[in-house]
Design a protein around this ligand. Structure first.
Ligand code: UTP
Length: 271
């Protein structure tokens, strides 16, 4: 079973400025709870036991959120508030599961992932991009099940508007497995409309094989001068590594752009 997850959190979050100029975007509240906590709850419900955060010195506040024990203990002693006790218990539970690694220069998602290499123990691990919230159905849980069934790497997939392909990683699919799953023939980061092989986009949930690290070691910067995880994945696919695109059944909410963040807060408050 897959027991480890990694969460890249070292990006700049420029699309959420000015909010993200002092507060890491992953701590911004969505209906009274930091976005990151939704991601952690998804991991825990999917059976994950250890979570590796990739942060930067600038985003130290993320570590502080889980390491504020003295503050909580003092408050709980003076104020016998049950709600605070309950919240602190949750924070302690998360804290026990989290490890931190640092990426102080945001050189790209691929560069973030390689920093977790020494911690990954099993053949496969889960990666979640916290900008992508998926509600109503646990996407990670479905993907872990699928990975076990097919002994394969898995990536979440969603149909998008063809005119938006240049904002996403885009799949070229091969054989269909069933209604929601297909093998991936190739994947390309942010293609032009002309070059896009389909209208199926990569969404931020991945089950990756440990083999990705040897590809990342050799990965050269790609689009925008960044080291993209997508390019390393494409390189693995070229070596005949099995990858499945999973059309998840939950609802996707984009929390990485200002418009998306505002929309997500509204939608989650209706649940
Ligand atoms: P994005 O590129 O979508 O987000 O990275 P960003 O850089 O944080 O935000 P913008 O584009 O400036 O608004 C996707 C995820 O990968 C992480 C980000 O923190 C985000 O969760 N990331 C990105 C890293 O950890 N390191 C990087 O070098 C780049």
């Amino acid at each position: 079973m897959i027991k480890q997850a990694i969460i890249p959190l070292a990006g700049l979050g420029t699309r959420l400025l000015p909010l993200s100029s002092v507060i890491p975007k992953e701590l911004l509240p969505i209906n009274g709870k930091p976005g990151l906590q939704y991601i952690l709850d998804e991991c825990i419900e999917a059976g994950i036991k250890e979570i590796i955060f990739i942060i930067s010195v600038k985003k130290k506040m993320i570590r502080d959120y889980f390491y504020n024990d003295k503050f909580y203990k003092d408050i709980i002693q003076t104020k016998k508030d049950i709600r605070i006790k309950k919240e602190y218990k949750k924070i302690r539970k998360y804290k026990k599961m989290i490890k931190f690694v640092y990426q102080n220069k945001p050189l790209g998602t691929g560069d973030a992932v390689i920093r977790t290499k020494r911690y990954i123990k099993d053949k496969y691990f889960l990666m979640l991009l916290p900008d992508d919230l998926i509600i109503n159905k646990n996407c990670s849980k479905s993907m872990i099940k699928l990975s076990k069934k097919y002994d394969s790497s898995i990536m979440a997939s969603m149909k998008i508007n063809k005119k938006d392909v240049s904002r996403w990683g885009i799949y070229e699919l091969s054989k269909k497995i069933d209604k929601n799953n297909s093998f991936i023939k190739s994947v390309i980061e942010k293609p032009s409309i002309k070059k896009a092989p389909s209208d199926r986009a990569v969404i931020g949930r991945y089950v990756l094989s440990k083999k990705i690290f040897s590809k990342l070691k050799k990965q050269k910067p790609g689009k925008g001068g960044e080291i993209h995880i997508t390019d390393a994945i494409q390189s693995l696919i070229k070596d005949n590594e099995k990858f499945i695109a999973h059309n998840f059944s939950g609802r996707y909410l984009d929390c990485g752009s200002m418009e998306g963040y505002i929309h997500s807060t509204r939608e989650i408050s209706k649940l």
